[in-house]
Write a protein that binds this ligand. Structure first.
Ligand code: AMP
Ligand code: ZN
Length: 484
């Protein structure tokens, strides 16, 4: 089954045709590690995780690369403002390295809690300064870079394709220019590749370069690292929609200018925003929500994953605790239903255990199973997770035998990443009132007053609890809600 994805570059849904059959090179812009990632940032990483899992479900061998921005990202995505790392150094009184290490670890702790698969390559900007310098030198050699005021800039007028991602021509850009004027620039949309001097001269993170001691611009790191790990042309590049106009536009300009190859990336994919109070959730706004905040409030982080799966990645998602509550309830129902299936089927799904060639419907772990085909067809159609989730619920409500349902869940969860098979119900705390009733019932049984003990069993049952008499005494369990 083929995979179709919406390409920001062509503005339509396209068939994915990997450059190297069976393999997909995937680059995702990573976090700027000057603060915690908020759950809006993580919505973008969840979308990218769904993409990777979907491609893997399609049998493709994905090489997933993500950078860590630990230098060069200014408070504006263009060349204005201060380096975000320096803002954090001032705020926390720590070194840039300590800040980067702390927030990188926090990022992966949160990503792990959301079952986001670790990229195959995680690369730090500060470890790749040499690669960035080499790429800037290629741009210089090809006539795309110029020096002014001690800095090195990219000359956008040299690339006719500049702005191809937004569909804006150079003239459109000129007309709409509202960029802070840097007198060194020939064109207000030119951007810095290397700074030796700028308005913040006391930049503490600097490196030697052919242009003097300084530091790189933000965009060059993604061009340099993606080319290093995925080659001069690759399949898919992702990020949030805020990266389209400046960061990704400039990445394309740099990479195509340096290599002379076009298109640099075949498919560009962008995740829509998570909104808080109808506005983009943002780090600068303060008071943003992190995975730790959700945990502190008693939520399982996977409830947030389930919430995100319920919205298509190209649609805005308004965050509210009411929405998270209903996602948590939905996930809880699904987990309990799968747990009940496991009990009915006598344990977890075992691959191959279901294959009975004589029975067409008993092939839930095979790709020709109609439920599995339907589930996949939705994900392969530009990652339509809400529809894929609807198939999960339809399977749970269907009267298929439990082992088959379980086999399907096993396959579905490879893409959903909800950990459905491993979940076990938390130990229930039995209320005092129920314990008291159970004691009274045990006493009635001991006194052979079976009418009374039966009556008390009914009273307990009416409150949603079952009492079972075992060799080690009465056992009380909360009755699980009807599976679906
Ligand atoms: P940053 O760490 O600021 O570079 O952002 C990391 C990723 O999160 C980028 O791909 C951004 O486009 C994305 N992003 C930022 N804000 C939001 C938001 N409110 N909702 C979804 N994605 C976001
Ligand atoms: Zn990037």
């Amino acid at each position: 089954m083929s995979v179709h994805l919406f390409n920001t570059l062509s503005r339509r849904v396209e068939l994915l045709e990997p450059l190297h059959p069976g393999q997909v090179g995937l680059y995702c812009c990573g976090p700027t590690v000057y603060n915690f990632a908020h759950i809006g940032n993580l919505r973008t990483y969840l979308f990218e995780d769904l993409l990777r899992r979907t491609l893997e479900m399609a049998g493709l061998n994905v090489r997933h690369v993500m950078n860590i921005t630990d230098v060069g990202h200014l408070t504006s995505d263009a060349d204005a403002g201060e380096d975000k790392m320096i803002v954090a150094m001032r705020r926390e009184g720590k070194t840039a390295r300590d800040i980067a290490d702390f927030y990188t670890q926090a990022f992966f702790r949160h990503a792990d809690a959301l079952n986001i698969l670790r990229p195959h390559v995680v690369c730090k900007a500060t470890d790749h300064i040499g690669d960035m310098i080499a790429l800037i030198q290629r741009l210089e050699a090809n006539g795309f870079a110029y020096q002014a005021g001690g800095n090195v800039y990219y000359d956008i007028s040299r690339l006719p394709r500049y702005g191809v991602l937004t569909g804006q021509s150079l003239d459109d850009l000129q007309a709409g220019a509202r960029i802070e004027v840097d007198a060194n620039k020939r064109n207000p949309h030119d951007f810095a590749l290397w700074f030796t001097r700028s308005k913040f001269e006391n930049q503490e993170m600097t490196w030697d370069s052919p242009w003097g001691r300084g530091y790189p611009g933000w965009h060059i790191e993604c061009s340099a690292m993606s080319i290093k790990y995925l080659g001069e042309q690759f399949d898919i590049h992702c990020g949030g929609i805020d990266h389209i106009a400046v960061h990704h536009t400039n990445e394309i300009a740099q990479s195509e200018g340096a290599t002379g190859k076009s298109p640099w990336v075949k498919i560009w994919m962008h995740g829509e925003f998570l909104l808080a109070d109808k506005e983009k959730m943002a780090k600068s706004a303060g008071g943003f929500l992190t995975v730790d905040t959700l945990i502190e409030k008693g939520y399982d982080p996977l409830a947030y994953r389930y919430l995100c799966l319920g919205a298509h990645y190209r649609q805005q998602l308004g965050f509210s605790f009411e929405a998270l509550d209903s996602a948590a309830a939905g996930l809880d129902r699904l987990r309990r239903a799968v747990f009940a299936l496991k009990q009915e089927a006598g344990g977890a799904f075992k691959p191959g255990a279901l294959s009975d060639p004589s029975n067409r419907s008993d092939r839930s772990d095979r790709s020709d199973n109609p439920w599995l085909s339907e589930f996949r067809s939705h994900l392969f159609d530009d990652l339509n997770a809400p529809r894929a989730l609807a198939v999960v619920w339809a399977v749970m409500k269907d009267d298929l035998p439990s082992p088959q349902k379980l086999a399907l869940i096993h396959e579905f969860d490879k893409a959903l990443g909800l950990g459905l098979e491993t979940w076990t119900p938390p130990k229930e705390v039995i209320p005092q009132e129920i314990l008291r009733l159970a004691e009274a019932r045990a006493a009635a049984r001991k006194a052979k007053n079976f009418a009374e003990s039966d009556r008390l069993r009914d009273v307990i049952a009416a409150q949603g609890y079952d009492v079972k008499d075992t060799a080690s005494g009465p056992e009380i369990t909360k009755r699980s809600p009807k599976p679906v």
